[in-house]
Design a protein around this ligand. Sequence first.
Ligand SMILES: Nc1ncnc2c1ncn2[C@@H]1O[C@H](COP(=O)(O)OP(=O)(O)O)[C@@H](O)[C@H]1O
Ligand SMILES: [Mg+2]
Length: 418
Amino acid sequence: MTEVVLDAVNKVYPDGFHAVRDMSMRIADGELFVLLGPSGCGKSTILRMVAGLEEITSGRLWLDGTLANNLPARDRNLAMVFQNGALYPHRNVRGNIAFPLEVAGDSSPAAHERIVELSRALGIEETLHRLPSTLSGGQRQRVAMGRALIRQPNVFLMDEPLSNLDAGLRTELRMEIGALVRSLGVTTLYVTHDQTEALTLADRVAILRRGVLQDVGTPQQVYDDPATMFVAAFLSAPPINLVRATVRAEQNEGIVLGLGDQHLRLPWTDPRAASLVSWHGSFITLGIRADALRPAPDGLISGRVRTMEFHGHEWLAHVEAGISLVDTEAFRDDEPSPAGPGGDDGLLRRLLRTAGILAEETPVERVSHDGTHRRADVVFRLEQRSGIAVGQTVRLAVDTDRILLFGEDGGRVDAVRR
Ligand SMILES: Nc1ncnc2c1ncn2[C@@H]1O[C@H](COP(=O)(O)OP(=O)(O)O)[C@@H](O)[C@H]1O
Ligand SMILES: [Mg+2]
């Protein structure tokens, strides 16, 4: 098994586009490591560089301590599964899974035993005699995984393997993939744009934006303690409320955060207060998740309930509060993406860039405080409808222990980093 290390890896495509910037990460032997980010952020490019399908412009790739920048793909002993795991249409399931063994000239009884074992683990044992055209999308992806894993690769690479499946199948196969790669102990790099997939599946997750690594950690670390506003927004469903606030340091009160004509206080005993002193007189952005707000008669934020959404296990209330919010949608839809997430929209983007329609170098922090990205409503979560009606005025208390504080550059200003 294999440790994968990227050390300041860059990818500049021949047209000059800088798709991956100074990417450094260490994927431990046997780890299930997820690359997460919006379409176009460079996930597939990284995977293809690890696989040896794409040249590394600068930096180093180490596979188990061996410099692998120039190692031919066939010598890396990696296996890859894509969004549409294309199968050989005229070979049955057994023939598809066995194909890599045939190429390697391995027709040993042990190899055949392994086909049966693996197909059992993948839940496709009953389909071994069938042709791909008779299988469901989920079964086809299982076969593609079986074919990839049959030769016991050192590293298993998966590029959005579930994005073409419907929601139910996705959840089921996601759990099975996790169980399977963990039982095999194979180092796995898994690419997705879906934050739920990343959080539920990963041992650790790396979040990327425009070719730049934003954060890396266990799902709980990056969710609870995100390094940047982008990470907080990208991982939050329902969307996090990003509220602009002024900072004042007051000797007798602590840090006073002004939201319109309302104020939140962090007393000097709060460990975050000291790091905010230097922000006296400036703006910061508060990240308040929907479950860090609750109705309370003396609540700080007040507004009119615009909509109540029923989500089965919870209600989400949208409140017109008259305070200025950063539009988190601006983060999700990071780059124009006509083909949708995971789609092959690279060509269109390249044409747009060549024609000068799409900027070559977009600033990393697009969400600014100039008011161009505002969402009108504060979103909060309720377990039950609790008698709240559309049109009614509510007051919301903020759980100050759970707020996240971001500076102008989108980085944390209350950094109590892990
Ligand atoms: N061969 C290429 N030439 C130029 N630009 C490319 C090429 N392939 C991908 N890109 C661009 O690099 C960026 C990252 O692409 P990709 O790694 O496919 O993103 P993701 O997998 O995260 O959606 C995109 O902006 C894409 O348009
Ligand atoms: Mg991709």
